[in-house]
Every structure is written in structure tokens, then in C-alpha cells.
Design a protein around this ligand. Structure first.
Ligand code: C5P
Length: 440
């Protein structure tokens, strides 16, 4: 295969040398196109010796050969590693001010970027927007690894290891080209079912699971929510390009296994994969309503969308003794006084932590003599003030803890704007379809 390896100006450029050698060892023809800044880190002779091909940075180096068009058109795959913030900004803007950016515009093959930069630069809204633009255009932007960066800082921003970049890039062109000894199936994204990237660049916060209100150090008031619908929402959003934070309250064991959630109270923990082959999402584990409220509000400040899929206890014990409540023979049970919990969804809907934020709730309802499931849902939609409420009927094996779900999506006025039944993932996608219509 004919591969163009772009190298841009960051300290991680030395890893491009290892990537080049790996690709050559696998039998690919590789032409290196560094930027001027990249040559400050690694000299052209190194790239020329290892690739066996000439190296130039400028469009003017071989004018009669119209290099940029010839290289771009003749390539089967373009990999840029490391990709700096500056390079991604230029690529997103469609600039063509050196041989690498001009070649990118001429290329019609898959393009893979492996960014490397300090965490602050990776998190900056300008970089997020550029990454989103590139992804929307079909460019594969690999998530940077987390760990030691240049200097004393650590965090997301490290260039992934050359083997990982090669595996992900080659799998994009043809899975059969990937050296089987390098394959970690959880890292290879399925390429045959491209999701719409209509949440690219959006930050979403999703609460999942059910809260536990402590009665004493060993007992709690809880509910049967497994967290499956919340996880499905996180998976669907991540697959559609969103930057996802999952606030996970006491997930069922099999669901916890899926997200590899962090220990309780550890705060946002960066990468946890939402499912095999899917982009990672940040997970914050909580137990009580108070913890859930704090976590949702902390993450919600920067969010474009907040979805409250967690089953939140309406009441909590007024006080929690530090010692276990003892059973005193002959005295009967000690009464537990309950106080009302704040309604997190209603607070978020009425306050709006961020201008233009879309707030979504779920309402698990049963019909009774005072109204149908939908009528109760409508009343709730108006009372809560959320932009969307997904109403589902619970009881008789439906809703809580089950594999499938059936929802009617209402807007804030209680009018039906969507309907979905099937797997929780299908329901999740229907909710995101409705959310996308409300995003500016
Ligand atoms: O009032 P009800 O519990 O049926 O409302 C369900 C919706 O409200 C869910 O989206 C749930 O996450 C949210 N909720 C909340 N805070 C509460 C109770 C429910 O955010 N105290």
C-alpha cells in the first residue's frame, strides 16, 4: 500500500520515526511529508534513509512534477502523526500553505490524524471545534492517549504508541492488512456502519442508574434502575461524535462491566470505553442524590446537552447516624423520617447552567384512574420545564432493568415529538434524533 506519513512539529515527532519503520517493515511504501516545524525535531535525512524516498516540505520543491497533486492522488492512506493543534486548525480551515496541507486537499483516500499536545490545548474549544469539523468531513481523528506529557504535566494529549496508530489506520483501509499479532479487538472501530456525526463537538452529560439514600452506614433506600438506558444513551452519543460524561449511580453489575467505571468519588476519570470499538467517555461514579446532583451540575456547566436518565430518589432519610441502627429486642422498628430531595431535572431546566443548553428527562409512568401513562407524562413535561421528556410505561416487566424499552418523546409543552420502541440503543438514538433538532 502507498502511505503518506505527515509529521508536524511536536516533541512526539520522534515517534513518527518508529511508526515509519513499522510501516516499512510491514511492506508498505511510505513517503514522509514533514512540516517545517517537524524538521526542528527530526532531520530530513532520518526520514529519507528510513523511507528510501525524498523528503520535502514545500510545494515549490518539484514544481514541474506538481508534487502535491501527484502525491495526494496516488496515496492509499494518509497518516499524520503527530498532528499538532496548529496543523489541525490549518487542515480544518482548508489552508494550503505547505506541501502537507496542499497534499491533504488533493488526497481522496482515508485520512487518519493522531493528535499530540498538552491537555489544555486538546481541551480548548478551538481545538474541539477543529476536531469536530475534521471528523464531520470523514477524517479519522484518533483519541490521544493519557499519561506523561512533555515537562511535568500528565493527562490526555500523548501520542498513542506507533503500533496502535498503525493498527487503527490500517484497519480503516482494510482490516486484513492489520498485523494479527497487534490486534486488540476493542480498539478497532467497526468501519462498515458509519453513524451520523451529528453530535460531533458537542459535550453531553448523561446520568444513569439509580440513587441510594443512606439510612445508616450499611442500609439504604434504593430502586431497581440498572442504568442500561443511560449507558445506551452514552454509547449512542459517543458513536455520533459527542464528548460524553456519564454520571453513573449504582449500575447493575453487567452494565458496570461494560463501562469500566471508576471507583466511587474519584471524580471524572477520562477514558472508559462505552463498548467495544467505541470512543471513550468520562465516567463519574456516585451513590446518593446529593452526589449525583453535585456531579451533574459540575459537568453540566460546560455541556450542550444534559440528559437525566437516572432514577433519582424523591426522598431521603432526614439524618444518617454514623453507627448502624441496632435492633433493640421488644422495641419494634425505629421510624425513619424522610425529607424531600431536590428535583435535579427541574432545577437544571429552570436555571440553565449554560446558555442554549438542551435539558432532557425521563419519566417512568404507570397509568391509573386519574390518567393514562401519556397524560401523566404530559403533566410532568409541563411541570419540569425540560425541553424533552421521554415517557415510558413501567411495570409488568417493562422499563426498569429490562433489555428493551418503549418511549414517547414529548416537548416542554407536552406535545409528542417522537416515538421509539425496541432495544435501549434504538430508543437512545430516537432521543438523540429529537435532541439534534433542538441544538443551535
Ligand atoms: O418526577 P419523576 O421522578 O418521575 O421524574 C423523572 C425525571 O426527573 C428523570 O429524568 C429523573 O432523572 C429526574 N429527577 C431528578 N431529581 C429528582 C427526581 C427525578 O432529576 N429528585
Amino acid at each position: 500500500m502507498r502511505i503518506l506519513l505527515g509529521v508536524t512539529g511536536g516533541i512526539a515527532a520522534y515517534k513518527a520515526v518508529l511508526l515509519l519503520r513499522l510501516l516499512r517493515e510491514q511492506g508498505h511504501a511510505v513517503r514522509v511529508i514533514p512540516t517545517r516545524a517537524a524538521l526542528q525535531f527530526v532531520g530530513a535525512p532520518t526520514f529519507e534513509a528510513l523511507s528510501g524516498e525524498p523528503v520535502s516540505t514545500e510545494v515549490f520543491d518539484d514544481v514541474p512534477g506538481v508534487q502535491h497533486v501527484a502525491l495526494g492522488k496516488g496515496a492509499d492512506l494518509v497518516i499524520v502523526a503527530p498532528a499538532t493543534a496548529d496543523f489541525m486548525a490549518r487542515a480544518a480551515a482548508g489552508l494550503a500553505d505547505d506541501l502537507l496541507t496542499t497534499t491533504l486537499l488533493a488526497a481522496r483516500c482515508p485520512v487518519v490524524l493522531a493528535p499530540a499536545m498538552h491537555t489544555e490545548m486538546w481541551d480548548h474549544p478551538a481545538t474541539r471545534a477543529n476536531v469536530a469539523t475534521l471528523r464531520q468531513r470523514g477524517v479519522r481523528v484518533i483519541e490521544p492517549a493519557s499519561g506523561r506529557l512533555t515537562g511535568v504535566d500528565t493527562g490526555p494529549g500523548r501520542l498513542p504508541e506507533p503500533e496502535d496508530i498503525a493498527r487503527e489506520a490500517l484497519s480503516l483501509v482494510s482490516p486484513s492488512l492489520v498485523d494479527p499479532t497487534l490486534v486488540d479487538p476493542t480498539l478497532v472501530e467497526p468501519v462498515e456502519t458509519p453513524e451520523p456525526q451529528d453530535l460531533a463537538g458537542r459535550r453531553v452529560v448523561i446520568s444513569a442508574g439509580g440513587t441510594r439514600e443512606p439510612i445508616d452506614p450499611v442500609r439504604f433506600i434504593g430502586n431497581r434502575s440498572s442504568g442500561r438506558q443511560g449507558i445506551a444513551l452514552a454509547q449512542a452519543a459517543a458513536a455520533r461524535g459527542a464528548d460524553v460524561t456519564l454520571i453513573a449511580a449504582n449500575l447493575a453489575q453487567d452494565v458496570t462491566d461494560q463501562v469500566e467505571a471508576a471507583p466511587v468519588g474519584s471524580g471524572p476519570v477520562g477514558s472508559a470505553r462505552t463498548a467495544a470499538g467505541q470512543p471513550p467517555c468520562a465516567v463519574v461514579r456516585v451513590e446518593s442524590t446529593a452526589e449525583l446532583r453535585d456531579a451533574v451540575r459540575a459537568a453540566g456547566v460546560a455541556a450542550d446537552v444534559v440528559v437525566m436518565a437516572a432514577a433519582v430518589a424523591d426522598f431521603r432519610p432526614a439524618s444518617t447516624p454514623e453507627a448502624k441502627i441496632k435492633k433493640v429486642p421488644g422495641q419494634g422498628p425505629a421510624p425513619i423520617e424522610l425529607v424531600e430531595n431536590p428535583d435535579i431535572l427541574a432545577e437544571l431546566a429552570h436555571e440553565r447552567l449554560r446558555a442554549g443548553q438542551v435539558v432532557v428527562g425521563f419519566a417512568a409512568e404507570t397509568g391509573d384512574e386519574s390518567g393514562s401513562v401519556l397524560e401523566h407524562g404530559r403533566t410532568k413535561a409541563r411541570r419540569k420545564g425540560a425541553d424533552l421528556i421521554a415517557v415510558n410505561a413501567v411495570g409488568s416487566g417493562r422499563g426498569f432493568g429490562t433489555e428493551g424499552n418503549e418511549v414517547t418523546i414529548l416537548d416542554g409543552a407536552g406535545d409528542v415529538v417522537g416515538q421509539a420502541s425496541g432495544s435501549k440503543r434504538e430508543v437512545a438514538d430516537a432521543v438523540w434524533d429529537a435532541v439534534v433538532k433542538l441544538l443551535p
